[in-house]
Write a protein that binds this ligand. Structure first.
Ligand code: BGC
Ligand code: BGC
Length: 796
């Protein structure tokens, strides 16, 4: 085969043709062309030598990163993608909760597919698989789930963070993967941002130190013989840059200001990350002064490459290129031209591959730019050692060593991190707990491993329908307390809703935020609205029982009411799988050393907490047992946002109002997600990612939404793909309405609005119930209550 004028293999004129024609003649395939099969030809496997033997199609495939949910090993064999990812909601073989063995099996399949010999001297180059191991290898059931970064920031212990990186890398290797999209080195400056918990601190200097420590843990130290070797994986510093600085803390939003000032805060962690040899940097979704980073040559190339001297791979974020002006997910030369090396293109990889090939052919993209990007990908593989006769993942030293996944050593390390991250905000003489004390443990978060793990745990959003069974080997906060109590000669009982008759000496109330990830966690203010914990604390106090509040959250929040109601208050963050670390501090087995790496707000209304003067507890605050606590305070309980929230918006932009509950009979569907009693509520995209829900009804299933009773009408934006096969009713205010006809008419007509008013539903009340006799599914994008529409007729 000869090269054509465009520098591509003639037999690759059409990729399909290449595969059929060339694969039909295996005898012409040269085994030495396969990297994997040529361990003895190191010189032939340098990135430059490999590049020289690649067709245009294969080069483009090196810079395309599809999601495991949208490709088969056969696609990998055909296209030879350079890298592959699993998004937070993708597990092997379409199973989000796939067991660890499936991950390794699939890693082997990808490896086999990518290293199958190619004809005509084209090199077969192993594909790399990347995952979001952002707090341990937490997509995989049974892995050690470390506390989220905000908690690690509170430990002020870079060595601990380094050890966590090292343990995480080993667990990743056990399942056959090579690369993690971590650490996040965002400097979160506005806690309303839903990713605040991925940030170590709002202080750039701290993020700089901890980010570099995590990178060293994951990759090893530059210059050490073990760098990126056995027990090490490639790390990613993300998201370059400004992710934590968007206006109002809106995820993927715009960052405004003088570029120098912005870089001094948000790009601050990158020089240290680059110095630590970080293999990749992920471009951020956000824009800087109106320009999306994925298309920003001045920042991706001139700054990151030129001034900061980064030589590794710049990977895009999830369809981030599609957000560049003039681009779509499947067509965006702008990003490569701006300096991106890998397109993260979960689903539209085929069309993007075709458009990029065409754009190199017609000169829109210079071959030199493509070659540069491909070389960077190949160099990363070279550093990881996989160009030199590496064997398939399961045959590598750590591959399939299941005793290393969630090993006792790693769990002990996670527990140490949990204990070191507990920040005691208040202690009126009740902590540490006295030996022999009678303890009652209340709150729905007490025995709730998914909640203490938070987002990016088994699933993208975490929580929802996950249970403790999805985290084999994990310990809830309650079970940690139970063991510690036993050891201390104390008696502990679990009473999630509090017992009426118990006579404990002390009650521990565990409560906090429900899990979320990315934009789903964005908030308009910092008020913590869920009153479960508050009510429990007050009820105990009314009975003369002392209380300890254990607060689970991904950020500092306004909790003045709870602080006043409790005798002691512990910020426990999102501790992960080793809940026993909380008890270590409560019982005084470990001296509390955790301190805030974020300011804690005194007021609930909008505004970045770090810029305020009215903070309740400043950075560095945290009480110890060996020093007297400061004088007690009653914190101001007024919060205008609490009363201003009229609860008129029940569901919008993918979020359920904090004042609204969704239940399938008695199964709670937090954030209108999850399943139970015949209902499955799943995130679907309307205008933005997962901003709507698909509600699937099994026969006879019912979904009820309960919220503030305003007497107003409901406006519901919905879509019906297939008409109901049996009667569907909506019930409110004691009256049922058959809406089967309306839903049938809506079939295939796209998004429509349903108006449900007192005129057809009696007094509308505060609960709305949908029920279907036969299996049925529809989508909902918005539910709002509208006073003005209250007098109208019902309509669909
Ligand atoms: C996340 C992925 C997730 C996907 C779901 C992305 O933004 O990063 O990990 O699986 O959305 O749509
Ligand atoms: C997130 C990244 C993540 C990627 C892959 C994106 O939505 O912003 O942090 O690495 O998805 O899951």
């Amino acid at each position: 085969m000869a090269r054509s004028g465009m520098g591509r293999w003639v037999c690759g004129a059409a990729l399909g043709a290449l595969l059929t024609a060339c694969n039909a003649a295996p005898e012409v395939q040269s085994a030495s062309a396969s990297v994997a099969q040529a361990p003895d030809t190191k010189a032939a496997n340098t990135p430059e030598a490999l590049l020289a033997r690649m067709s245009l199609e294969r080069k483009v495939a090196q810079i395309i990163q599809p999601d495991i949910g949208s490709i088969t090993p056969e696609d990998v064999r055909q296209y030879r993608f350079g890298t592959i990812l699993n998004g937070g909601n993708s597990g092997p073989y379409g199973n989000d909760k796939a067991p660890a063995a499936d991950w390794l099996k699939l890693a082997d399949e990808y490896w086999e597919a990518s290293t199958a010999p190619l004809p005509n001297g084209e090199p077969a180059i192993p594909a790399l698989w990347a995952t979001d191991a952002v707090h341990g290898h937490a997509n995989v059931p049974g892995a050690t789930v470390f506390p989220h970064n905000i908690a690690l920031g509170a430990t002020f212990d870079p060595d601990l963070i380094r050890r966590i990186g090292a343990a995480t890398a080993v667990e990743i290797e056990v399942t056959g993967l090579d690369w993690t999209f971590a650490p996040t080195v965002a400097v979160a400056r506005d806690a309303r941002w839903g990713r605040t918990y991925e940030s170590y601190s709002e202080n750039p200097q701290l993020v700089t130190r901890y980010g570099a420590a995590m990178i060293e843990g994951l990759q090893g130290r530059v210059g050490d013989p073990g760098f990126l070797g056995q027990g090490k994986v490639a790390a990613t510093a993300k998201h370059y840059f400004g992710d934590g600085g968007t206006a109002q803390g809106v995820d993927q939003g715009d960052v405004n200001g003088d570029l120098k000032d912005l870089m001094a805060i948000h790009a601050a962690p990158y020089p240290a990350a680059i110095g630590a040899g970080v293999a990749s940097v992920m471009a951020s979704f956000n824009s800087i002064n109106g320009t999306k980073m994925h298309g920003n040559k001045a920042l991706l190339t001139d700054e990151l490459r030129g001034k900061l001297g980064f030589e590794g791979v710049v990977v895009g974020d999830w369809n981030g290129h599609g957000q560049v002006k003039g681009c779509t997910n499947s067509n965006c030369p702008q990003s490569l031209l701006a300096g991106l090396d890998i397109y993260m293109v979960p689903e539209d990889w085929k069309a993007l591959h075709a458009s990029l090939v065409a754009q190199v052919e017609d000169g829109t993209i210079p071959m030199a730019r493509l070659d540069e990007a491909v070389l960077r990908v190949l160099r990363m593989k070279q550093k990881l050692g996989i160009l030199d006769g590496e064997v398939k993942p399961s045959a590598r030293p750590n591959g399939g060593k299941w005793d290393l996944l969630g090993s006792p050593e790693h769990r002990a390390l996670a527990r140490e991190a949990v204990a070191k991250s507990q920040v005691i905000l208040k202690n009126a003489g009740v902590l540490p707990l006295k030996p022999g004390a009678k303890i009652e443990v209340a709150g729905s978060a007490a025995d709730n491993v998914p909640q203490q793990a938070g987002g990016w745990s088994v699933t993208w959003q975490g929580g929802g329908d996950l249970t403790a069974a999805d985290f084999p080997g994990a310990t809830s906060i309650w079970s940690g307390i139970a063991s510690a109590a036993k050891a201390a000669g104390s008696e502990a009982v679990l009473a999630p809703k509090a017992s009426d008759t118990g006579t404990p000496d002390i009650a521990i109330v565990v409560f906090g935020e429900q899990p979320y990830a990315e934009f789903v966690g964005d908030r308009k203010d910092l008020a913590f609205r869920d009153e479960e914990g508050l009510k429990l604390l007050k009820a105990y106090r009314a009975r003369g029982i002392k209380t300890v509040a254990v607060f689970l959250s991904g950020r500092p929040l306004w909790v003045n009411r709870e602080l006043n109601a409790a005798d002691a208050f512990v910020a426990a963050w999102l501790p992960g799988s080793e809940g026993a670390g909380v008890a270590d501090v409560l019982f005084g087995k470990v001296q509390p050393t955790g301190r805030l790496s974020f300011n804690w707000p005194a007021v609930c209304d909008a505004g970045p907490s770090n810029l305020r003067s009215d903070v309740l507890f400043g950075q560095g605050y945290g009480l110890r047992y060996d020093a007297p606590p400061p004088p007690l305070f009653p914190a101001d309980e007024t919060c205008a946002a609490l009363t201003h929230d009229t609860g008129a918006t029940w569901f919008a932009s993918g979020k359920l109002s904090a004042q609204v509950q969704a239940v399938a009979d008695n199964a709670l569907l937090p954030d209108l997600r999850g399943s139970g009693n015949g209902i499955v509520a799943a995130g679907v995209d309307r205008k933005a990612q997962e901003d709507a829900r698909r509600i699937t009804f099994g026969p006879g299933a019912k979904l009820t939404l309960t919220g503030p009773d305003s007497g107003a009408a409901w406006l519901i934006t919905y879509l019906v793909a297939n008409r109901p096969a049996g009667p569907v009713t909506v019930t409110a205010g004691g009256k049922a309405l058959d809406i089967t006809q309306g839903l049938s008419v809506a079939e295939g007509k796209g998004w429509r609005e349903m108006v449900l008013t007192p005129a057809c539903l009696g007094s509308t009340g505060k609960a709305l119930t949908f029920g279907s006799v036969a299996p049925f599914a529809f989508q909902i994008a918005e539910i709002t209550r509208d006073e003005a529409a209250a007098k109208a007729e019902c309509s669909f």
